[in-house]
Design a protein around this ligand. Structure first.
Ligand SMILES: Nc1ncnc2c1ncn2[C@@H]1O[C@H](COP(=O)(O)OP(=O)(O)OP(=O)(O)O)[C@@H](O)[C@H]1O
Ligand SMILES: [Mg+2]
Length: 319
């Protein structure tokens, strides 16, 4: 029995030109302890799916479908009841949420506030839990007394993960969590999240336009296009035998560090700008040259597609 079932989710935004069908019949399941990645070009509806699950849609509404979390129908229940289960059962961490940290409060006091809103803990117990959560995300618990501006982007992202884990949720949705971070920090935050997922047996929905990140983090992949799921399957299968032409295009727009080809293939139509390939290609090459980093880890962290392509290149070379 899956922990989460999304059935025929339909979410529209209401505009002067008519409804924008941002999620148009999206169905998938998530098993306990499983991680599922959602990919697709900008504007295809990934965040809309996440926000629909969290009942955070603004300027539109969920107009159809069901979301069942451990037998509870999330979209029908009164908002008051739903607020209780968010944090407790399902939580969201997103790049945008980083800006949601209050600049005039210490990060510790913000985590304490979140804990005390949702858990019946005394102030001192909530502080103890905050320090524990910070150490869990590899941030020195002394940093609880720091203000957000005193932390680096990677640290802030870790604080956001600590906050998302504050009330022991079973399902965590990560939406473009690492996009604005440099590649090394992205790799570290991703490695941290994968470790926590295993340690805490979390079920994870990982949204990113970076297929390489998803390749490392996810058991299964969902590819979206124009509000619909166009492909879904085990990550290895989707990467090695993409069935849908759009997935094939998406994968072929990934870059290959060992190739002489300077410009990867792009998807015609709207510019996908999926990986900012040119600068990324250079970045990866630079990183792999530096002895200070473990190239094997970077390679793993930087890319599923990258690994597949690089391995194929190497095998061809040695054949
Ligand atoms: N409040 C809104 N009002 C009107 N249209 C919206 C609103 N929010 C999103 N949309 C539209 O809905 C579609 C899906 O947007 P969404 O943010 O879910 O895409 P996304 O896949 O997360 O994109 P990205 O990769 O850029 O984050 C887009 O066409 C977007 O312009
Ligand atoms: Mg988005």
């Amino acid at each position: 029995m899956p922990i989460l079932q999304v059935e025929n989710l339909r979410t529209h935004y209401f505009t002067d030109e008519g409804p924008v069908k941002a999620a148009d019949g999206v169905s998938f399941t998530l098993e306990k302890g499983e991680s599922i990645g959602i990919a697709g070009e900008s504007g295809c509806g990934k965040t809309t799916v996440a926000m629909s699950l969290m009942r955070l849609i603004e300027g539109g509404a969920v107009v159809g479908g069901k979301v069942i979390l451990e037998g509870l129908s999330l979209l029908d229940m009164p908002m008051k009841q739903f607020r209780k289960i968010t944090w407790d059962k399902i939580s969201l961490v997103s790049q945008a949420a980083m800006g949601a940290l209050n600049p005039v409060k210490t990060v510790g006091s913000q985590i304490v506030e979140a804990i005390r809103l949702h858990m019946d803990l005394s102030k001192s117990d909530a502080w103890e839990r905050t320090r524990f959560l910070l150490s869990q995300v590899k941030v020195d618990p002394l940093r609880a007394k720091s203000y957000p501006h005193e932390l680096s982007g990677g640290m802030k992202q870790r604080v956001m993960i600590a906050m998302a884990l504050a009330c022991n949720p079973q399902v965590v949705i990560a939406d473009e969590m690492t996009t604005a971070l440099d590649v090394v920090t992205q790799a570290q935050v991703l490695q941290l999240l994968i470790g926590l997922q295993k340690e805490l047996d979390l079920s994870l929905i990982y949204i990113s336009h970076e297929l390489s990140i998803l390749g490392q983090a996810c058991d299964r992949m969902i590819i979206m296009y124009a509000g619909k799921i166009v492909e879904m399957g085990p990550t290895e299968t989707v990467f090695s035998e993409p069935g849908h032409p759009y997935t094939q295009k998406l994968l072929s727009s990934n870059m290959d560090v060992h190739s002489d080809c300077a410009i990867p293939e792009s998807i015609p139509g709207k510019p996908p700008d999926l990986l900012n390939p040119q600068s990324r290609r250079r970045q990866v090459k630079d990183l792999l040259r530096k002895d200070a980093y473990d190239p094997h880890f970077l390679h793993r962290a930087l890319g599923g597609a990258l690994i597949i392509q690089a391995t194929m290149q190497r095998d061809r070379h040695h054949a």
